[in-house]
Design a protein around this ligand. Structure first.
Ligand code: AMP
Length: 356
């Protein structure tokens, strides 16, 4: 397969911090980046060669964007699938629309992963009060009711402590197109990041041990010493099977619950992932450059650690005000995303520490 050579332009749908870090990783390899997104504030556009500010339904804008780029990729997973299919008729879209169809719908995702032999939380489709009652009777409480689509960072979900609280959660989440999940009693949470090229070659990073606060990633540690090695191998095998089954090209992140009897798949992100930000300084090849290599058909890079251990801390909301102290700390590698509003829980930046 002919590579998309340095000097080409990578089109990125989405304009957030992931696009910003992708653009910063593409530059040393000689690629330019063109960002397409509708929002007014586009922190990726600050470091991009070109930007199109338009709606994902704007066919004329999408066609002009496709004409200006050599390959299209996404930095968030909720890109409308119509836009992806349209772009795919004009330029390579990597990863392709199928990965998004699966990842955008928690039900499709669970069925798909279950079909590949992966274990998920027990689930029940909920489209109204009777479904919820049947689901709670089958899965018990506590349970978690989630929207099938458009959930992220713990948004679009509600924990149900007892059957009496169920109907309030149902109303709060819109009453239909929901999925009820049994509560997984996990010991830890981790993610596996795999990169796959157009020729099917794959590399994977060491498992990332993740700590969440209020459904949002707070910190990641590597290596994940407390995880059972056999469970990490099983999870990595599953992610490779997922990537192969999707004909996936690019970096794929999957989140897991570590349980005493093995890993439980939680969800996938068809893109670079917050739990991989430590790879910028902490791995031989960052997840961002790895994604660029994969989608351009270049050789994939080595994934070894640059230190015995690496720690990533997110700067959420007002945490960003700590930047002067973090800059004064010689062990802290600070990344700020250039966002104007430090809303509570908003990802404003991160700090990586290489530990001896
Ligand atoms: P999600 O948006 O599905 O990744 O959920 C956000 C966080 O909620 C996860 O990282 C877990 O900490 C928790 N969570 C989600 N689903 C479950 C579940 N079925 N059982 C236990 N905890 C869950």
């Amino acid at each position: 397969m002919t590579p998309i050579p340095p000097g080409s332009t990578i089109g990125i749908l989405g304009g957030g911090q992931l696009g910003r870090m992708l653009a910063l990783a593409a530059a040393p390899l000689g690629y330019r980046v063109h960002v397409f997104a509708p929002e007014v504030e586009l922190v990726a556009a600050d470091v991009a060669a070109a930007v199109t500010r338009a709606d994902y339904a704007d066919r004329a804008a999408l066609a002009a964007f496709a004409a200006a780029v050599d390959v299209v990729t996404c930095e968030f997973e909720n890109v409308p699938s119509d836009a992806l299919s349209f772009l795919e008729s004009l330029k390579p879209v990597r990863p392709g629309p199928t990965a998004f169809d699966v990842a955008q719908d928690r039900l499709a995702e669970k069925r798909f992963v279950g079909g590949l032999g992966g274990r998920t939380a027990p689930w029940h489709v909920v489209d109204g009060p009777a479904d919820l009652e049947a689901g709670l009777a089958r899965l018990g409480t506590p349970a978690i009711l989630k929207t099938r689509r458009f959930g992220y960072d713990g948004k679009g979900q509600a924990r149900i402590e007892d059957a009496a609280g169920g109907q309030d959660a149902l109303r709060a989440l819109g009453g239909r197109d929901l999925i009820l999940e049994g509560l997984v009693r996990f010991e830890a949470e981790f993610s596996i990041l795999v990169a796959r090229g157009p020729d099917g070659r794959e590399v994977h990073y060491p498992a990332c041990l993740n700590h969440h606060s209020g459904g949002i990633l707070a910190s990641t540690e590597v290596p994940a010493a407390q995880l059972d090695t056999a469970h990490v191998v099983a999870a990595t095998d599953l992610v490779v099977r997922i990537a192969d089954a999707l004909g996936y090209v690019g970096l794929l992140a999957c989140e897991f619950f570590a349980c005493a009897d093995g890993p439980v798949f939680n969800e996938m992100a068809p893109r670079v992932h917050n739990s991989g930000h430590w790879t910028i300084e902490g791995a031989e090849t960052s997840q961002f450059q790895q994604h660029v290599r994969a989608i351009c058909g270049l050789p994939l890079g080595p994934v070894g650690l640059m230190a015995p251990a690496v720690r990533l801390d997110n700067l959420l909301g007002e945490d960003v005000a700590r930047w002067p102290d973090l800059l004064a700390d010689p062990g802290a590698r600070l990344h700020l995303y250039g966002k104007s509003e430090a809303a509570p829980g908003r990802k404003m930046g991160h700090v990586t520490r290489l530990l001896r």
